[in-house]
Design a protein around this ligand. Structure first.
Ligand SMILES: NC(=O)c1ccc[n+]([C@@H]2O[C@H](COP(=O)([O-])OP(=O)(O)OC[C@H]3O[C@@H](n4cnc5c(N)ncnc54)[C@H](OP(=O)(O)O)[C@@H]3O)[C@@H](O)[C@H]2O)c1
Length: 338
């Protein structure tokens, strides 16, 4: 085992896309677990759009990452040393491990971490994606926030990404007609040919609004919204009266200092129900994991991951969520042996 614990600490708050220079790569000594502590080797880190929000000093659902602090991030790791009553050597854990090689878990915070089965039966990146927080977000959005009914038209934005690709497939499982919005012809082809979406709209094409009109001749009953901005405005304008929106994310504005001017008059005109939600409010992880795992095993759900390598590449990897150069769940392999 290494005696060094590399970690990326926030140096300066990024403006726009994050840069490597916004972080200090610090080589700290590897900590020894004390009583009630366990040392975890970080294996994979989840790259999440919300990571970018955590870097901004704005009101949000968690405190922003402070300058000097290790970058906060969700991940999966394995316990390599333990004086803990809760975590034994060899345990696989999931939780906020941070941009570092090793994390120290404390028993009094054990409830912040999910202990995974010794042999989870799925690749670890899938446990961060389709059968992890991304898949669960899609599941809660379409079963609780805006349940979709057979025959309804569901529109999903950022549809080739981690949450969106699962939301669209859950829509199909529930018998909906599913329209995905994604950037580029390749992603759109993938949605229809590989994931079973009914139609895909390429928002990078000049005629994308006409594509959306053609794709939704009977209006839109449910919108699973991941992007916000112009895409959300176009979708809301095509909603049916009484339509429901699961407002999951607004990635179009995470890299921007500008706050868009809001015009919600469409919600009145169309009597829309628009409900924002956060996965961290849900305590039904077991139910969601069972449903998602079952669909994966039955072949009704396809999981996809894009794997990047190297802790030092975390800032550039995070940017891939914003330039669209990935498909499915984007993860960073921190432990080369994982
Ligand atoms: N509410 C919750 O609890 C919760 C939990 C997890 C995630 N989320 C939200 O869910 C959304 C998707 O997250 P994810 O982890 O699944 O990421 P992801 O979809 O795998 O990656 C983000 C995707 O967004 C698209 N995108 C980025 N900037 C865009 C822009 N300006 N306009 C249009 N599309 C853009 C890109 O796809 P293209 O190539 O198609 O442009 C990119 O692949 C985010 O808004 C995130 O904040 C919410």
């Amino acid at each position: 085992m290494s005696t060094i614990n590399r970690q990326l600490r926030l140096k300066t708050r990024p403006e726009g896309a994050v840069r490597r220079e916004d972080f200090d790569l610090v080589e700290a000594p590897l900590p020894e677990p004390g009583d009630g502590e366990a040392l975890v080797r970080v294996q994979y880190l989840s790259m999440d759009p919300t990571n970018r929000v955590w870097l901004r000093d704005i009101p949000q659902y968690m405190p922003p990452v402070a300058v000097g602090e290790v970058m906060r991030a969700w991940g999966i790791g394995r316990v390599v040393a333990s004086k803990s009553a809760r975590f034994a050597v060899g345990d696989l854990v999931q939780g906020l491990l941070g941009w570092r090689d090793y994390a120290l878990l404390r028993d009094e915070r054990a409830h912040d971490y999910v202990k995974l089965p010794a042999d989870p039966g799925l690749p670890l990146p899938t446990l961060l994606g389709a059968c992890g927080p991304s898949g669960m977000t899609a599941y809660y959005g379409l079963t609780d926030i805006a349940p979709v009914q057979p025959g309804e038209t569901l529109v999903v934005s950022a549809a080739a990404g981690s949450v969106g690709s699962i939301a669209g497939q859950i829509g199909k499982i529930h018998g909906a007609r599913v329209v995905g919005i994604a950037g580029g012809a390749d992603k759109c082809r993938h949605l229809v040919d590989e994931l079973g979406f009914d139609v895909a709209v390429d928002y990078k094409a000049d005629d994308w609004k006409q594509q959306l009109d053609r794709a939704t001749p009977d209006g839109i009953q449910v919108n699973f919204e991941n992007v916000g901005g112009e895409i959300m405005r176009a979708v809301l304008s095509r909603m049916s009266i009484g339509g429901r929106v699961a407002l999951c994310g607004m990635i179009a504005q995470y890299n921007s200092e500008q706050r868009p001017a809001d015009d919600f008059s469409v919600a009145i005109r169309k009597r829309l129900s628009i409900r924002g939600f956060l996965i961290l409010d849900y305590k039904r992880g077991r139910e969601a994991a069972q449903a998602l795992g079952g669909w994966l095993r039955e072949g009704k759900l396809k999981a996809e991951e894009t794997v990047a390598d190297g802790l030092e590449n975390a800032p550039e990897t995070l940017n891939r969520l914003f330039d669209g150069s990935h498909r499915g769940k984007l993860v960073l392999r921190v432990d080369p042996t994982a």
